[in-house]
Ligand binder design. Sequence first.
Ligand SMILES: [Zn+2]
Length: 232
Amino acid sequence: VPTNAAPVCLDWRAKQVNPFPLKHKSDGSVIATSRLFRGKTFVRDPKTVCGVTVHQTACVFGPQADPEKKHLRAMNVPAQALAFRDGFYVITAPLLWYLYHGNSLSGPTLGLEIEGMYCGLTDDPSTVAREDIKTTWGGKPTPLDALTIATARAALGFLVEEGRKEGMPIEFVYAHRQSNEDKPSDPGQEIWEHVVLDYAVKVLGLKTQPQRAFGHGRPIPKQWEPGALASY
Ligand SMILES: [Zn+2]
């Protein structure tokens, strides 16, 4: 997908509070968003961080009329980077912080969230079923456009480059579905093709491990990647 857009990095690592903000549920209970050590977010040994886990947020953030306020919301999303659909990406916290973005992949990877509600599988025009609608939370998939792809690629490149500068041996790229069986569409076929295979693998030289699953996860489905074997 060609694009002339130039994504903008909002590097707000130094602005983040420590510990990373907790999540408050409507019933008053509190959910931890990061691993804590003596009340602060745990700082990992860089040698233990070997990859990036790619996610879809499964939502579009508002308010659309107030981009500054919208971008600030990234600071409450536990992942090291969030790529918005408007060409901005936020680096939310020091990359070594142990944030809970990806179940058992949280410890050994950096988390990249991509804004939008994307289909798990694109539509197969040779079948009557609308696979894209069936595999999207809520049934209304967000189109993955060129600007979002460019922004997600830039954020991923930032994480790899900056992570390596801090001593992380970053070699792999994973899907959240590989560590969470309840999120088969995370991040979805189109993100896997355009951001992971066409960029993280082809351009950055990272590797996928399509047959692997971590904890309660699922391997990469055969529709997402040549050589993958799993069903969706
Ligand atoms: Zn996820």
